[in-house]
Design a protein around this ligand. Sequence first.
Ligand code: SF4
Length: 489
Amino acid sequence: MSLHDKKSLTTISLPEAVKRPGVGTLSVAGKELEFERNEQLVRLFGSAAMFNHGGGKFNDIDLSNALAKIRELPCVVIQPKYSVNSIKHQMLQNIGISASDGALIPHIADFIPDLLLIEKATPEDQEILVNGSRLKVQKGDERLAIKVFDIKHTSESNPSYCAEIAMYSLMLANWLESQPSLSKRFYVSANAYLWTLKKQGESSIDALENKIKRTPAECVSALIDDSEVTYLRYYLGAVRQFFEDVSRVIKVADISPDSWKSLDWHVVSSCSNCDWLGDKRHLGKAQHGCIDNARDSYCITSASDSGHLSLIPGITRGAKKTLELNSIFDASSLSTSMGHPALQQHTMLKKEAGILPAKTKAILDNQLDKDSSAVIASLAGYSNLQLFVSINFDASAGLLTGMSVSGLVTEYISGVSPTRFSAVPFIVDEKTLEAEWVALEGLLSQIADNIERAEQVLGKKDIKGQIHIWESYSQIWWECNLNCVNACR
Ligand code: SF4
């Protein structure tokens, strides 16, 4: 969804959008891939494929008509179109947008996912509800599941594409609820897929096409096998965030034509597709003038001219916020901040506190430098002590909300079970740095205790340890190995 069409951009004071030269080619390649795959589906599903083909292309089809006409299962609906604009306010209320913010959301265009797979409900499935939550499908549910697929000309899935499918699915759940005759017969499944190029060369669909006979179940299984799961449970929340961001930006934009300049911005790798990045290295010569004539309107040139903190690789939005709260507003101030307490108030800053100012200076001066005190660590081949640390983080507050540690100690003797340390939780009671430190100190003490207990269990001092950190916000496993003699003391 774009807030402005191209025409309106020229009449308001936003700078001209400058697209990378390769974007058009990518878009054409994406359309060709969609066409090829749609044809493949038609061959595969035969009369169970619902589509409109004409003028050398596949055309959009009205979803309510298509669903009403379903006669055989499983079936696929190619390029279905549905709209939530007439139920916009109800839909926004359903997903938790306040009435005042919802009133700011502009017209919502039609949604046209590439493909829907319709099949019988299974008890392993989950239904997406209109508010974005999920509900387990009950045994004996006779409704039909609608699974959203999107075809992507990309080697693998990424969070933006998954969020796009989450948008399609959640909007579809709301649309379905507004169609009483259909909502009794269908539900939107939380199992949605991206049909990327990942399986190219070992495609199950290609293999199936070479078989003389194939069953509908084999076709469905091949389609799912060639696609990537989108794990919508992680992305449905992003839809609400998206609409909240839209209303936030509109509120700022409504103040004055130039107020977009006061929005917070931060150049990161995900900016690479943005039309206002202004990276001349990736633009045609014809577009260089746009950037040169309005350097403060494009993010890369503006960052470079103003010494914006996002110039420094690794500085995240959170790290920038912490620095700004401590009156370090630009790269120049950061380059002279060695020993500043702000560098101890954020995980990333803390990690790089010893080198960040020098690194920033080297970038600003364009001079290579080296860190003579740097130490390179290596991972232990095995560990006697394994500690599992779970950390929950409130991204909006920038604070931890709770932690826990459990573990095991073993000497890898056949027939001897590991000694297990049960989980000990540490809750951060208040949203303050002090309360966070109390909990963190408790966790570190517990880790030190566990190391001592491990030494006692094994009867030696030089055991090897490994800490697995599970951080639920980003769902990433981090591992750090340590030699327990030196660590956590
Ligand atoms: S910060 Fe990134 S995404 Fe935002 S306007 Fe600048 S380049 Fe675009």
